[in-house]
Design a protein around this ligand. Sequence first.
Ligand code: SF4
Length: 374
Amino acid sequence: MDIIEQFKNNKIVQQELKKIHLLSQKLSRKVRIMEVCGTHTMQIAKFGIRRLLPQNIELVSGPGCPVCVTPTEYINKAIFLLRKYNVVVVTFSDLFRVPTTDSSLEIEKSNGYDVEIVYAPTEIFDIVKKYPKRDIVFLSIGFETTMPSIAVVVKEVYRQKLERVYFLLGNKFFLTALEMLIIKSRNFLAPAINSSSTIDGFILPGHLSSIVGEKVYQWIPNRYKLSGVISGFEPVDIVRGIRLVIEQILNCDPRIINEYSRVVKPEGNTQAQKILNEVFCSTSGTWRGLGTIPDSGAKFTDLYSYLDIEKNFYIEKISTQENKECQCAEVLIGQKKPFDCKLFGKICTPENPVGACMVSSEGSCAAYYKYELL
Ligand code: SF4
């Protein structure tokens, strides 16, 4: 059996599930485990893992989808740049369909503005060739996972002395927000602490951890006495991660365990970290669901700050209203599930999304719609 097959093996999944069911009988209360990575959310839904767990173990999704946590204000800025300055906007595909109050990048493109979809940041160099006389704005979103690859492109734009290429910065540092999530969850749920509603542990993100490493999570058990398991994305990885979190809870021994050690090294990818830190540094960041958090947003370091579109073009402050009926903000912090939103599956569907969580390929609502509707 090759290594990937081992992690897809149904027999091992069943063995892990059996252990989880046995352990669950020793729990004195319901346990809530949050998977904070959008890819985990999608995989958990795809493999039907939620339904295979005992009733006293609940999985909730967190703010691990970069498109979902990007506030409407960011997309409105891109739309303003299209309409006011007729720039070429370059975006990842998920952001393209996210609705604002009265538009989306998709609608703007259908209205004749130039919005180009890319699947990798390096494709911006093809766009530069396609529009040699236009101002080009790359919509730069994503966590520590994608920031190194964007940083490589930024350095190349600098090296080639390309003119008229800019970045609208919406990147975010995930770890800072994770701590705010814990604090907010405890505040929201203060009356219910030690009952069935707190977050008891985390399935930590595999991709992001491959960049940042495992050591950076140590504050989770140290400061908050919570467990965390860095997991891969195959079924065995995920159920094993859940079992390891439950074992820690039962043993009152919160720790960080790296279940994904075949990819995640203790120190992470130091080369990627170096490039990231050369190009980006922290500033305050605004998250859908979590609000504005100091040091959770990204800006360019001094050398590259001239590439920030907001330093070159005036962008009008547009008052932005999120759709009041959309519950994305609560879904992103594990306070609600997609099923709790009255628009879910009726008015809001992947074909006609009302909120970002239904658009993104990593969004909780999209995952529930695709795999958890019975
Ligand atoms: S179902 Fe749609 S409207 Fe409801 S929370 Fe999800 S994205 Fe928002």
